[in-house]
Design a protein around this ligand. Sequence first.
Ligand SMILES: [Mg+2]
Ligand SMILES: [Zn+2]
Length: 320
Amino acid sequence: MSIFETPSLEPNPKRQRIEPVFEPNPKRQRIEPVFNNSSLSSIPCPHSYAQHGVCTACNSMIERCHYRSFNCFKDGVQIRHEAVASAKRLMTKFSYMGDKKLPLVLDLDHTLVHTTTLSSLTKTEKYLIQEAGSRHDLWLLKSDDDPVEHLIKLRPFVLDFLKEARKMFNMHVYTMGNRYYADSVLELIDPRRIYFGKRVITREESPYIKTLDLVFADERCVLIVDDTRDVWPDHKSNLVEISRYCYFRMSNDQCSRPYSEERIDESECNGGLVNVLRLLKEVHCGFFRVKEELESKDVRLLLQEIEFKRGVLQGESLIL
Ligand SMILES: [Mg+2]
Ligand SMILES: [Zn+2]
């Protein structure tokens, strides 16, 4: 199985939609729970928050099936299912009241980067192997654990995009690539993790579709940037659809010549990320325009208004 996002959206029949299981960080010391009266009785404690399987209010062991993990928010955090929505609302409000930042979820493949395997390069593209590493936007990915070598091409404007978007958003990565791949890309675009911190969701945690259930934020405030609309069946109204960035030759496109073969690239000043950033600024601005209305603001409605103003017809989506 490829380490990065595969173009096919076919659900993997082997994958079941299951609650994600987060492995605790092995470096952390295991905190032994203190058994008090409520843990000795068979009645579960009534509290909503836990860490590494232990209730933060009364130190009882929790029943994991009643809780959802949010490691991408804080290591080991678990919240009772019924309390998730209100916890998300509270946290998001705290964030936007404090530093005026909204949650933003970013896809990796064909959105921020394009990755291919070395073996799938065409003859005309082979020159790129020599250039990898000596250019700031093209990197070779090799690992002892994976015999397949990859080339990662950063999308033009990506570093400026992140720098600018960070002023308005708490950014998350959500990729259908695996954890090793996500970490490798982040090493290139956010080596000190100042943009994303631990807010990284991969296919190891996700069901076969992407869902905001795994993002610790109030859906009314979350914006998503992704090139694939269909992978977000339940959250299309939060989605800003970005044009698909294809640098290398795609196996399913034998007609047009890719940027790599033409030795050109997407525009630095009028490409997908530039246009998306402009739209994100507009939504952010609309959200915070009237302080008294913050409680009722909804990015989904703001996106609709913008699409309407731009004259996008019903059924057609705005692709930037
Ligand atoms: Mg993608
Ligand atoms: Zn408790």
